[in-house]
Design a protein around this ligand. Sequence first.
Ligand code: DAH
Length: 341
Amino acid sequence: MKAQVESLRTAALGALAELETLKELEEFRVRYLGKKGEVTALLRGMGAVPAEERPAMGQLINQLRSELESALEAKETALSSLQKAAQLKAETLDVTMPGKAQTTGGLHPLNIVLADLIDIFQSMGFDVVDGPEVETDHYCFEALNVPKDHPARDMQDTFYLGENLLLRTQTSAAQIRTMEQRKPPIRIICPGRVFRADEVDATHSPVFHQVEGLVVDKNITMCDLKGVLEQFAHEIYGPDTKVRFRPSFFPFTEPSVEVDVSCSACGGTGCRVCKGNGWIEILGAGMVHPNVLAGCGIDPEVYSGFAFGIGLDRLTTTRYKISDIRLLFENDQRFLEQFNG
Ligand code: DAH
């Protein structure tokens, strides 16, 4: 029996040394020290041992048990610290690695400028109105004093969708829709997309943007037009910007003007942005033609008004020194990201 105890010790300690996981360790515990384990079996076998040897044998077996127990405990400690180390290694976090940047969306440069523009006109008491991009010949031309055979139609190459239906070439159509719906005093702006059959190049796009403006009331004069548009130009381009009114022609205004501002890139000395002449044209305007007022049921003997059409794309390209209008429409992230924040 003594030899049996001895060989169990050798076998058990040998097996323990080989164990690699905590699961195997648990199996070991059951196999040797469990209720039905091999050490317990030895104790059970004591009945066959002569009575005088029993105390010594009992002691021997108990010694083996506690020896195995403490060896098991030591192994358990060793295995769990190994396991912990492996886990830490697997979960290593390199805190010096660059993080994944969260990109936030931003406004398109046209919308940034439009928001400023709306702020400026709202602070002067203008409402913002909307109008359809698909218009009738009536609203886009006829009611704006441009009859079917009028040579001014050649100024704008129109996309026709049918005999009387077209993509609006100008936001001026909003003037008519507004005057049909509202009574003076009227102060509105109408921003929107317009369409012309133009060849695409650095300064032309078949789709671009205008902001129409209309003021109708009693005693509105050219002074009001100049005051409002000068104020607008100074707020957009800065108070030192020079503003120039040039005589021009539009069928729906009389008299008509075009408005230039001194080039913000060169201060008026001439550069690439202003094509060397020191001025940038930003809008067309004029006193609303009596025919237009009368056509909308507003008596031109009682009321007068002024209107203007601002080129939003030009305003944006000059403000940000964008050399090619196509950049505004291509949605290239690398371009658009420069306007965020
Ligand atoms: N609609 C004109 C254009 O597209 C711009 C314009 C000029 C609008 C004079 C107006 C205006 O309201 O009064 O060129």
